[in-house]
Design a protein around this ligand. Structure first.
Ligand code: SF4
Length: 411
């Protein structure tokens, strides 16, 4: 047990704004109006070696990485995200997530172009239907920052295109024609880069489908382009509730005041926000960091939901952690901090097997009369089994009929 996993400083404590510091250093002529305009940020995204070298003194590994990956996967870094980079340290988590290194150009044995086997279950260009009651809706292939750990790079390395009207219509028709689909996850690319008009043209018809009970949107915008989360965007999402936003902070350094404001704006408008982090070697592969991330997210009203084991995507081996590291981190969180701060540790099985979750094994012995556990302090406790073991729920038939009558299902 590692008692060194410490508490985090309160968010309200005075601290310098990283992005203000970086902005003053890198973009001194940007006006406030420009800096807070997400379209300006997009237009000034850093996309090639020449531009990047104007802002960051690259290591030889990074320079070679940018060159060697240029035909493999896009590079793009918003000025805002660039402003968070530590100019002095190549292992800065923001830097590691946005600037390629040479290792990324190498494909190792076992790595897959489509690590989650999504293309095998892709009945339409924009639909992945892998699980029984939910689909993934790929709305575009564009992102604000191209994450070096992206496991959907076969899609995000395309031509920076949105769906055509016909492709979008076919995707919506697919959902309409599959009554088993109750949950639609819109992703891409980053759906928050769509114009509000375009996003609404997707949300409105989906939310009218009676069997669609909820919509989720996967986005990295609160992390890399928080100025995009305007009141008007938040109001739009609220109109189509329940819409859940699933975002992707990987390190507490990313939870800046601007990022926090973006998340809180969504929550204030009634849009729940959850976080899926990816465990990455030397970036966040430490219980102290994950604990701090969870705490700072909860203080920003974002629920730490998943901690993902890195998928076996091409060019990501150098960032992958052993499975044992995730379990060790969980062991150092469970019991040591609030349950809400302990994300599910998930492995998405290579080739399309779907997600499984892992946790340390707390069972010492399973008996008929009792189960023996160890707790987070390593102490042993017995849980007695009940006398009665019939777990059927006779009222359920009644409830099912009644809830159908009352129209409980649907939006
Ligand atoms: S925002 Fe998501 S889809 Fe885009 S590059 Fe990052 S991980 Fe990939």
């Amino acid at each position: 047990m590692d008692s060194s996993v410490g508490a985090t400083a309160p968010l309200s404590s005075p601290r310098p704004s990283l992005s203000a510091e970086g902005r003053a250093r890198l973009f001194p002529s940007a006006t406030d109006a420009e800096w807070t305009d997400w379209r300006w940020q997009q237009r000034h995204s850093v996309r090639n070696l020449e531009q990047l070298e104007r802002y960051v003194r690259l290591t030889p590994e990074e320079r070679a990485g940018v060159q060697e990956t240029s035909s493999l996967f896009r590079m793009g870094i918003s000025p805002y995200y660039l402003s968070l980079i530590d100019p002095e340290h190549a292992l800065c988590p923001v830097r590691m997530q946005s600037i390629p290194v040479r290792a990324e150009a190498r494909v190792r044995p076992g790595e897959l172009e489509d690590p989650l086997g999504e293309d095998k279950t892709r009945p339409e260009e924009c639909i992945v239907h892998k699980y029984p009651d939910r689909v993934l809706f790929l709305a575009l292939d564009t992102c604000s920052v191209y994450c070096r750990h992206c496991t959907r790079r076969r899609i995000t390395k395309g031509g920076e295109a949105e769906l055509t009207k016909d492709q979008m219509r076919r995707g919506i028709d697919y959902v309409r024609n599959h009554p088993e689909v109750r949950d639609v996850l819109i992703s891409g690319g980053d759906p928050f880069l769509l114009s509000e008009e375009r996003l609404e043209s997707l949300l409105a018809p989906l939310s009218e489908i009676p069997h669609v009970e909820m919509i989720r949107i996967g986005t990295r915008v609160p992390v890399v382009l928080p100025m995009r989360v305007t009141d008007s965007l938040a109001r739009l999402l609220r109109r189509y509730a329940p819409v859940y936003v699933i975002t992707h902070f990987n390190h507490p350094k990313e939870v800046t005041p601007e990022a926090r404001e973006a998340c809180e704006r969504l929550v204030d408008h009634g849009v729940p926000v959850e976080n899926q982090a990816v465990l990455m070697r030397q970036l966040n592969s430490d219980a102290r960091i994950i604990k701090e991330l969870s705490h700072v997210l909860l203080r920003s009203r974002v629920r730490p939901y998943y901690l993902h084991q890195m998928d076996v995507a091409e060019g990501c081996e150098h960032l992958r952690t052993p499975i044992a590291k995730g379990l060790e981190i969980l062991e150092q969180l469970r019991g040591h901090t609030s349950g809400l701060a302990v994300p599910h540790l998930a492995v998405d099985l290579p080739g399309g097997g779907g997600k499984v979750t892992l946790q340390p094994d707390y069972v010492i012995e399973r008996g008929e009369r009792e189960t023996l556990f160890r707790n987070y302090k390593g102490q042993t406790y017995a849980y007695p089994e009940p006398e009665e073991t019939d777990c059927s729920c006779p009222y359920d038939e009644v409830w099912q009929a009644r809830s159908r009558e009352l129209g409980f299902r649907g939006r």
